[in-house]
Design a protein around this ligand. Sequence first.
Ligand SMILES: C[S@@+](CC[C@H](N)C(=O)[O-])C[C@H]1O[C@@H](n2cnc3c(N)ncnc32)[C@H](O)[C@@H]1O
Length: 308
Amino acid sequence: MDCTSGEQVSEGQAEEGNSAETPISKNQLKRLRKQKKWLESKGEKRKKEKEKRKRKIAEARARGESLGPTRKSLKENSMKNSACKIRVVIDCSFDKYMNDKDTMKLVKQIQHCYSVNRRSANPLQFYLCCSDGKTKERLDRIGDYKNWDVNFRDDPLWDVFEREEIVYLTSDSPNVLTELQPDKAYIVGGLVDHNHEKGLCHRLAEEKSVSHAQLPIGDYVKLNSRKVLTVNHVFEILLRYTETGNWENAFYQVIPQRKTVKLEVEKNTEPSDCIESEESEDIIKCDKNVQDIREENEDSKPKSETTL
Ligand SMILES: C[S@@+](CC[C@H](N)C(=O)[O-])C[C@H]1O[C@@H](n2cnc3c(N)ncnc32)[C@H](O)[C@@H]1O
């Protein structure tokens, strides 16, 4: 029987020969049977998967491999229990500067921030200020995000923190961050703009008369691109810094190796526009190999060392 011909059969008819049931197409019937079969085999499949998982864990344990954090330890790594009291805020108020695709990328970056924070023994005090629609809507679609161990605020950050507490992070600031302080709230602009909105966060911080600073990248790492990092990279650098107190380690742990420049090739290399343009691959695969490249500060911009 050709189902494209629109021929209708009832489920009962097909299954039991009962013509009183609502007619359904052959395709629907196929789907129903498939669903029934799947439901019947679900329990068995789950059991097999569980056994397979157990076997893999036992094998990894036998090889002496690290199994990563357990569910129990993850639960204990809460912001409340954390020895780290540094507040890091993602300011999600830039919806109008992003198309749908970039909003989705931002949400992925936020998920990544959450994931690395959750896996840290001493997570940062993570805030999300989401007063805008699109980013919030996208976040709402992530089923479990409401259970995240994050301080969600529906208000703009200016209503959440005192002006004196705020340090807006921006690569355009002439101030360079030297350390992190618990009485400050470090703001990361929740923006994926492929550097189209140059200087936006710096202008915003100036307009609102709050402190601003760039990460001390130029003091430790030479990049083959400008110093505009993605939201998740900035977040993770701050997290790693709080773990070791060492900026250099933090940069090399987080910034993919391919984005750093070796001295030999440096002379002929024009910096590309910004690191941010390649951000999505970096979320999936971050090259964490540390290469020992120590160079003098290449930044020609005038800077003032600031403790913020
Ligand atoms: C993709 S960038 C957004 C770039 C945007 N054009 C702007 O005006 O900042 C996302 C955010 O990461 C933070 N960021 C990126 N690179 C940084 C750096 N080198 N130093 C400090 N913050 C940085 C800033 O908070 C920035 O708003």
